[in-house]
Design a protein around this ligand. Sequence first.
Ligand code: TXA
Ligand code: MG
Length: 323
Amino acid sequence: MTELLTPADIPYAAELLRAGKLVAFGTETVYGLGADAANPQAVAAIFEAKGRPHFNPLICHYASVEDVFAHVTAPGVAMVLAARFWPGPLTLVLPRRPGCPVAQLAGAGLATLAVRIPSHPIALALIEAAQSPVAAPSANRSGRISPTTAAHVRSQLGGRIAAILDSGPCRVGVESTVLDLSGPSPVLLRPGGISVEALESAIGPIGRQIVPQEAEASRTLRSPGLLLSHYAPLLPLRMNATATEPDEALLAFGPAPPAVLSFQLSVSENLAEAASRLFEGLHWLDANAPAKNLRWIAAMPIPAMGLGLAINDRLARAAAPRA
Ligand code: TXA
Ligand code: MG
């Protein structure tokens, strides 16, 4: 049985976390599947509930900058970014400090840890009440679309986790930007809710990790979660569509061609609105296309700037060949 909790139940949800149970909760980006990051059994249960084939490292969520930098080292550039973008959808990868109590499994045994302070008030209240960092990947089954509502979480993980804390729909709608600060210069590992332009205006040029086109190359990736086919709807997807075939549903962005079934991301071509509706749209098309005998999703072109970089990244993963 998975309990459905409301914000009034935050103290109880925190008690569940302290008891080593899994609690899904909303953040400003997507819903996370939370466990006490310092409890190795609880962290292991996250991988089990998600059906994650590998021990991908998880993001540790904190409620204050002091708590973060007690666990990881803080180069100057991290301080600048923390002051400017936390709480918010930015994850920093930094070297663990000696004695850091976060379970090794949460960082997949790496010498670094991914850390962030979410800006959602319910997430912050939960982490504070738990009195421990909360390890949380997106609260979806492995390889599926990230959830942006409590209902999405229940349909994927209902029965597998202790509770879902309904925190309303997620405002940003795509995952956090992941930036590696553990090397000599900053490297973007995953585009996300904070645009690269915004980061570069704070700290100057950022290196890009090249995402290899072949699954074979995924073994060498620095961030295992960057496997190509990672954010997949059930239906296959093609990008940059300007018209639909008879067996296609449309993921529209702005003025759209005719389609049997379509989901509009933003009629005014607003990238923030489109990001916030992206996973909602993929879930909705997955749920409604089969009844109309549609077998594909055709996604319209989206400019690769600002949040459009993260949207195109998620669409490219959804379009990638399935393993
Ligand atoms: O918005 C988000 O980031 C959401 C919410 C719940 O906070 N979380 C999320 O977690 O998207 P997840 O596990 O789905 O993605 C975490 C990403 C993965 O690509 C993982 O490989 C990378 O962060 N990552 C985590 N720790 C890392 C590390 N030590 N070094 C490099 N990459 C790391
Ligand atoms: Mg994920």
